[in-house]
Design a protein around this ligand. Structure first.
Ligand SMILES: Cc1cc2nc3c(=O)[nH]c(=O)nc-3n(C[C@H](O)[C@H](O)[C@H](O)COP(=O)(O)OP(=O)(O)OC[C@H]3O[C@@H](n4cnc5c(N)ncnc54)[C@H](O)[C@@H]3O)c2cc1C
Length: 486
């Protein structure tokens, strides 16, 4: 029995039921692949939700599971789920716990299904430019495997080194090169999954088919509440022949946004498009030094194509008043793009910090930034509310706000108040409440405002696929958000 304090635990399964499950599960995965050791429960009980990091520094966790199970195969996942379903034991799928919204918190105890041992590339299909990969494969190892074979997966979330392929699919992740390669939902062609009753099913990897709604793709973005994604067929690309870097600064953000809208409309697709407000430009690229919004661009692919793209983009941004700052800043960004150590240092100094990513159309891109920034800054204790746009589409772009506050003792109250302010501003502007971090536990409170009647449809899907409600209870805003309210 753990002595660690839990803050959000909503229940536990009777120990006798867990003991019996453990006995039966040992026949499925082997006794070595099941643990109730405190170190294993603590290492899988939470994700990177900032609130849980604050609690962790104070010696507490949101909730604890009762067992950790490590399946090796899809068949084992199926048998474990069927057993848990029979005994009505909650199951939380677990990748690497890099989720940002408390999605992996085992609110009702039960089992953490840690999928890291399902980490094989099953097939590299060079003719069709596809790879079949298991859900627990680490992101950096996945890209390394592809690179060794002359390919890239085109998917580089900042958490590449601490997230899994299954976690990407479960959360609708976005990588830094998404403007060219797309989000993970654009990269996945089909997937294999297991439902709560143990049913294994998969889609077919054909380019497109008019065969009704796709059952397998329903699992994309389901955050563990509908079942377990066990493998996927993902698009891959030959390693690019060439890269081209460019940096520009603008008089103001509106000009930068308009320039981006125009070059996307013209048909160019730089892999990386990142427009930072003046504050973030100063933080990331102090040598740019002139307190103006900065835009960094990375083009990659066949040389004649990217040379032409870069030319078109240069012409358009120049017409929007951009000043060319050369390629070096992109080199610097590439070198530092996975470094988040400043966040840990601030946390230890007593700061509350978080990132809030939303999706804007072009008509509300700038106004949503202004409204969210104003709303967050108006909360007492806020030191910084800055923003950038990345992940660009013909119809809009993702806005990513970074918040740092020093609220003193009432950190949780402050955290809730900045989120309330930010989500209200976002919804009032007509933006979507998340672009790629997903919903988890924390954002569930705004799902009804986001989806309207559509949330009822999602609840019906959940009830049909998981009638006993064992899959990751309390997430995605499908149930009452009890102990964690707005
Ligand atoms: C420093 C940092 C930077 C980040 N940068 C980005 C970024 O650039 N882009 C981005 O999109 N996100 C980013 N994130 C968020 C996070 O990395 C992603 O959400 C990632 O997809 C989660 O993967 P994971 O394997 O760690 O999943 P986990 O955190 O383990 O799980 C996340 C959720 O998915 C469910 N889940 C996990 N695996 C499966 C599965 N196989 N089947 C069904 N459900 C499953 C879990 O139950 C949970 O609800 C960042 C996070 C951090 C901490």
């Amino acid at each position: 029995m753990s002595r660690v304090k839990t803050i959000l635990q909503q229940g536990k399964v009777k120990q006798a039921v867990i003991d019996k499950f453990r006995e039966n599960a040992a026949d499925i995965v082997g006794a070595d692949n099941i643990s109730s050791g405190e170190i294993d429960l603590l290492s899988t009980c939470r994700d990177y939700w900032p609130i849980s990091s604050i609690w962790m520094l104070e010696g507490a966790v949101p909730a604890l599971p009762q067992l950790v199970v490590w399946p090796n195969t899809t068949e084992e996942v199926s048998r474990i789920l069927a057993l848990a379903n029979e005994k009505k034991i909650p199951v939380v799928p677990y990748g690497e716990g890099s989720g940002a919204l408390g999605g992996a918190v085992p609110l009702q105890g039960g089992i953490m299904l840690d999928l890291k041992k399902m980490n094989r590339a099953r097939k590299l299909d060079e003719l069709n430019q596809l790879v079949t990969v298991e859900c627990g494969m680490n992101g950096a190892l996945y890209e390394e495997y592809l690179n060794q074979n002359g390919y890239t997966g085109g998917h580089f979330p900042q958490s590449l080194r601490c997230s899994t392929v299954g976690g990407w699919l479960a959360c609708r992740a976005a990588g830094q090169f998404s403007t060219r390669y797309g989000k993970i939902e654009d990269i996945v062609v089909s997937l294999e999954a297991v439902l709560s009753d143990g049913t294994i099913f998969s889609g077919r990897s054909v380019p497109r088919a008019a065969t009704g709604p796709r059952a397998d793709l329903l699992m994309v973005g389901s955050e563990g509440v509908l079942g377990v994604i066990t493998a996927a067929d993902l698009r891959i690309w030959p390693l690019p022949e060439k890269r081209h870097f460019a940096t520009y600064t603008f008089d103001n953000l509106a000009d930068g946004l308009e320039a981006i809208r125009k070059f996307i409309r013209a048909g160019t697709r730089p892999a990386v498009v990142r427009l930072y407000d003046a504050q973030e430009t100063g933080n990331h690229f102090p040598e740019l030094g002139d307190k103006r919004p900065g835009l960094i661009l990375l083009f990659e692919g066949a040389e004649p194509i990217i040379t032409a793209e870069a030319g078109v983009v240069d012409q358009i941004v120049s017409g929007q008043g951009a000043v060319d700052a050369g390629p070096d800043f992109v080199e610097h960004w590439l070198e530092t793009r996975f470094n988040v150590s400043a966040a840990s240092r601030l946390l230890q100094k007593g700061a509350v910090l978080d990132t809030i990513e939303v999706t804007t159309n072009w008509h509300n891109a700038h106004s949503t930034y202004q409204a969210m920034q104003k709303a967050i800054l108006s909360e007492e204790g806020t030191m910084m509310a800055s923003g950038h746009w990345s992940h660009v589409y013909p119809e809009g772009a993702a806005l990513y706000m970074t918040v740092v506050g020093f609220p003193g003792e009432n950190k949780i109250g402050y955290y809730k108040s900045i989120w309330r302010a930010a989500m209200k501003a976002c919804l009032d502007e007509g933006a979507a409440i998340s672009h790629h971090h997903g919903i988890g536990l924390h954002r569930g409170a705004w799902m009804e405002e986001e989806h309207g009647r559509g949330l009822e449809v999602l609840k019906k899907v959940k009830a049909a696929l998981d009638p006993n409600g064992i899959m990751n209870p309390g997430k995605l805003g499908l149930e009452e958000v009890q102990q964690w309210e707005k």
